[in-house]
Design a protein around this ligand. Structure first.
Ligand code: SF4
Length: 583
């Protein structure tokens, strides 16, 4: 029972569970129990499609129950500690410690301290080697597992890549081994060796790492002969037939994306050199139009949502985007269901798409030119044509759109002052283009993010710009833009710095993450909570200079994440990297 805890906490309804379409499986009658968690607020976690997919898949397995958990807000954390109570699952409010497995979806490095907070509140030792048979296994999946090393101390295993099929194999195997494991007839090491036979499963404690005198990794090798030396990222073999959560859950409280999210494709046909998502979801797979319309029908019928969003890395590249949007618009316009699309390619809008979407909802359109000049877009291999863009936005303004959102990166390789000025000029042109259509300029929201050269991208050897240089570039944009219709939104450069360090980090960072957690770091992705000071103190106390993780690296070094095979060849990454420095 958690009712008494709810009286004094912010948004208590977020902790209730029991939402429309939530699973009602009986915890005590299932031989295997899995708690699936998202280490951020409920409103963020329930907006995550991956979480809903894995939840549905696990609950479809006979004999396995899956319940959810999310990060508690500070007041709930304090209430649990005051009452000496343990953290619980959302469905039946079981203590998390009673589950066989706790699975975390790791979507952002800035959620790492929340993972530790949840483990602590659940009553688990934080370090994996201190958890014996009495405790749940702690496993991780999601985008951050493209470099799981900074969290290696805390997790028993990771699933690398898409977990839909791997999690079923893992749970089937666990179900067979559970009795022996819980009765101590099977040691934890032996259990983990068995589980590592599932392709895509990485057990950090079973690998040996060697470093040179300066702390650089020089060897990464399996500690047992049955283990693979490289972990192959999992991908769903038949995406068209892949599970989709048609019984769409409807939260009681407003979530960040309060709508049905329909994944229409996975992977991206483009090859932007800064993009980690491309390696994460490689190769490109397409869901058929007929299947998408059918899934939309089912999810709408099950939830009654009034908004449907098409999701994918580059939705504008969907082969039949115009007919898909037309079919969905025609089908749902009677029910007043809005259709929304994420960032688009101008090419996609040159057909009838903007007019079709505007029929139901005239929200802003989002584009990601990424750089202010064509020269720099070429360095990034960004497929973006200014000519198509200006044609497309003219159509969009004619169809009734009022404003645009543009995404740009700064701190790019070979970035020059004219590239920064190019951002202002480009946005100004986009604003003025509306004046030609209906006499008034458009408001342009410009999001500026520092480039984080992430693992498994051609820029992974590139240095990340220093905080001082990013600040200087932000100041340039602020001071050189006098147009009040251009609204800049700058990503917090200290958060960007930390994300850069954690995403490019190694196992030594475990003690820094633990140190920051002990100092009270939580919700590091939220500016209200984020404390750069706590992190800097944790780095200093651990004797680790964070800057070393952001420096340029020679392509010959062994990177902490090189043991992961994403399917994107390292030779290809090197070739592409060389193109960015040859100019
Ligand atoms: S940045 Fe976008 S378009 Fe480019 S590769 Fe990544 S997902 Fe594709």
């Amino acid at each position: 029972m958690i009712e008494d805890l709810l009286l004094n906490v912010h948004r208590p309804a977020q902790y209730l569970g029991n939402e429309w379409n939530a699973s009602k499986k009986d915890f005590s009658s299932c031989p295997v129990s899995f708690a699936l968690g998202f280490p951020d607020l409920y409103e963020v976690g329930m907006s995550n499609l991956g979480l809903r997919i894995i939840y549905g898949i696990i609950n479809s397995l006979p004999g396995v129950v899956c319940e959810r958990f999310f990060a508690p807000e500070a007041d709930m954390e304090a209430a649990l500690k005051n009452d000496k109570r343990r953290f619980f699952s959302w469905e039946s409010h079981q203590e998390l410690i009673r589950f066989d497995i706790l699975g975390f979806s790791l979507g952002s490095e800035l959620n790492y301290t929340n993972v530790l907070s949840i483990l602590d509140l659940a009553g688990l030792p934080l370090i994996s080697s201190l958890r014996n048979q009495e405790y749940p296994l702690v496993i991780g999946g999601g985008p951050c597992t493209l470099n799981p090393e900074p969290m290696a101390d805390f997790f028993d295993l990771f699933i690398i890549g898409e977990a839909e099929e791997a999690i079923v194999q893992l749970l089937n195997l666990y179900a067979k081994l559970k009795d022996d494991y819980k009765a101590a007839r099977l040691t934890k090491v032996d259990l983990l060796i068995q589980l590592s036979k599932v392709e895509g499963v990485y057990v950090p404690s079973l690998y040996k790492l060697e470093y040179n005198s300066t702390g650089e990794l020089i060897k990464f090798s399996p500690g047992f002969p049955t283990l693979p030396s490289k972990i192959k990222k999992r991908i769903v073999s038949d995406f068209n037939a892949a599970y989709f959560p048609c019984d769409w859950m409807v939260p009681y409280v407003q979530t960040i994306h309060d709508r049905i999210t329909l994944e229409i494709m996975r992977g991206c046909p483009n090859r932007c050199r800064f993009c980690q998502a491309r390696s994460q979801y490689y190769p490109l797979r397409i869901r058929s139009k007929e299947k998408i319309v059918k899934l939309a029908d089912l999810a709408y019928a099950a939830s009654g949502y009034e908004e449907l969003s098409l999701a994918g890395l580059s939705v504008g590249d969907y082969p039949e985007i115009e007919t898909l949007v037309s079919d969905l618009t025609n089908r749902f316009s009677q029910q007043a269901v809005n259709l929304s699309l994420p960032s688009l390619k101008a090419k996609a809008l040159l057909g009838n798409v903007s007019t079709l979407i505007a029929k139901t909802k005239k929200t802003g359109l989002t584009f990601a030119p990424e750089a202010g000049t064509q020269r720099l877009r070429q360095v990034l291999a960004k497929d973006f044509s200014e000519e198509e863009f200006f044609q497309a936005i003219a159509q969009a303004y004619q169809a009734g759109y009022q404003h645009l959102k543009l995404y740009f990166l700064i701190g790019l390789p070979d970035e020059r002052p004219e590239d920064l000025q190019g951002i202002i000029d480009f946005a100004q042109g986009a604003s003025e283009a509306k004046r030609k259509i209906n006499g008034s300029a458009a408001q342009i929201n410009i999001s500026i993010n520092p480039l984080i050269p992430k693992p498994h991208t051609p820029l992974q050897w590139q240095k990340m710009e220093t905080i001082a240089a990013i600040q200087e570039k932000q100041s340039y944009l602020r001071s050189h833009c006098k147009n009040r219709r251009l609204k800049f939104n700058f990503h917090n450069f200290q958060m960007g710095f930390l994300e850069g360090v954690l995403s490019r980090g190694d196992r030594f960072l475990g003690k820094v993450i633990l140190g920051a957690y002990k100092k009270g770091a939580r919700f590091d992705a939220w500016s209200d909570y984020f404390s750069f000071t706590k992190w800097m103190e944790a780095f200093a106390e651990s004797g680790i200079d964070p800057q070393k993780y952001l420096d340029e690296k020679p392509v010959s070094v062994l990177l902490p994440w090189d043991f992961i095979d994403t399917g994107v060849d390292k030779e290809y990454l090197i070739e592409e990297f060389n193109k960015t420095i040859a100019r």
